[in-house]
Design a protein around this ligand. Structure first.
Ligand SMILES: NC(=O)c1ccc[n+]([C@@H]2O[C@H](COP(=O)([O-])OP(=O)(O)OC[C@H]3O[C@@H](n4cnc5c(N)ncnc54)[C@H](OP(=O)(O)O)[C@@H]3O)[C@@H](O)[C@H]2O)c1
Length: 312
């Protein structure tokens, strides 16, 4: 058991919630800054977790958040830009401010969430390019004890990716799919959380970055077809040509709520598969998508209600 206090930026997000649950179980005390404390009240049920509000982009406020902590985990990231929230501000400027705040408060240990194929030289999209810049800054902070984790797409019962496609498949018998041949090695959210915990507790991970992948590689079309199968729905998934995919990204990118943009399209031009799976190096056996998500989709309580309603 552990008595250290960790500040988890992005602790209210999908990965953050799983990581927080795992770390409090190990006895860590956590501080989780959020812009929306009212929305994340359930996190306060975790023993030893302190949910705090404050502007983490303000250097003074950032230092206040870090006071009394022994280590920092930065999970903050975005897939889409909105006004006041640019890739550069979130992926490049924020990590730089966190590094400065660690130095100012004397915190040495920093774990940073990047993304697979984040690349400050060749990142094809603003997402991957700025994630690469952020990661580069963290790894260059040689006076700190840093570890960087770089996952492929992350899945879990409460994810956005699988559940968003599931939502679309429930609504329509036909799904036109951009970039159907893009490849992924989906990694389970609890394996990612375990990777953070292992890195936190193992000094051999200092100065290292780890790619994180699941056990199997799928094309995007295979993923969507598998989701339809897991839902028990007969669906037609139609792969779009490259020019139609770009058109879809341009049109969807103009919607007020973003689900697919040109930047997402550009990210999908590199296969999200590992050259060397860091989970193995960290001693973690990756869970399969089928093992986790089949049960999740089969257990959809609304489907049971819908079927009951249809039966009258
Ligand atoms: N999910 C994936 O498949 C995947 C794959 C590869 C890499 N990653 C990376 O993993 C990290 C966590 O992903 P996730 O899926 O857990 O993300 P998420 O569910 O969208 O959560 C994002 C978190 O970041 C915070 N945040 C977002 N924008 C912010 C801003 N402008 N200022 C301050 N805080 C902000 C949110 O806090 P509030 O409570 O304040 O909203 C939230 O806690 C990200 O860095 C992401 O790029 C994710």
């Amino acid at each position: 058991m552990n008595s250290k206090k960790i500040c988890v930026f992005g602790g209210s997000g999908f990965v953050g919630r799983h990581l927080a649950a795992r770390l409090v179980n190990r006895g860590y005390k956590l501080r989780a800054p959020t812009r929306h404390p009212q929305r994340h009240r359930e996190l306060e049920l975790l023993p030893g977790l302190e949910l705090v509000s404050g502007d983490i982009h303000d250097p003074q406020s950032l230092q206040e958040q870090l006071a009394g902590c022994d280590a920092v985990i930065n999970l903050v990231g975005i897939l889409h830009e909105y006004s006041g929230q640019s890739f550069r501000k979130v992926h490049v400027e924020l990590p730089a401010k966190i590094i400065d705040a660690c130095r100012a408060t004397g915190i040495k240990r920093l774990l940073h969430m990047s993304a697979l194929h984040a690349d400050a030289a060749k990142g094809p999209s603003q997402y991957l390019f700025t994630k690469g810049e952020g990661e580069q800054q963290v790894l260059a902070a040689s006076d700190l004890a840093v570890t960087v984790l770089k996952p492929s797409i992350i899945f879990g019962p409460d994810d956005n990716f699988y559940n968003q496609f599931a939502g679309m498949l429930k609504l329509s018998p036909v799904l036109p799919l951009a970039c159907p041949n893009s490849r992924f090695a989906p990694v389970y959210v609890d394996d990612v959380a375990r990777a953070f915990e292992t890195a936190l507790e193992n000094d051999a991970t200092i100065g290292q970055s780890y790619e994180l992948c699941g056990p199997r590689v799928y094309t995007l079309k295979e993923i969507v077809e598998d989701i339809a199968r897991m839902l028990g729905k007969k669906r037609r998934v139609i792969g779009l040509s490259d020019s139609l995919a770009q058109l879809q990204a341009k049109i969807f990118g103009m919607l007020p709520v973003k689900i697919f943009t040109m930047d997402n399209y550009l990210s999908l031009q590199v296969d999200s598969v590992c050259s060397c799976n860091g989970l193995e190096a960290l001693g973690i056996t990756p869970h399969s998508v089928e093992g986790i998500m089949t049960a999740h989709f089969a257990d959809d309580p609304y489907d049971v209600l819908r079927q009951a309603a249809r039966r009258g």
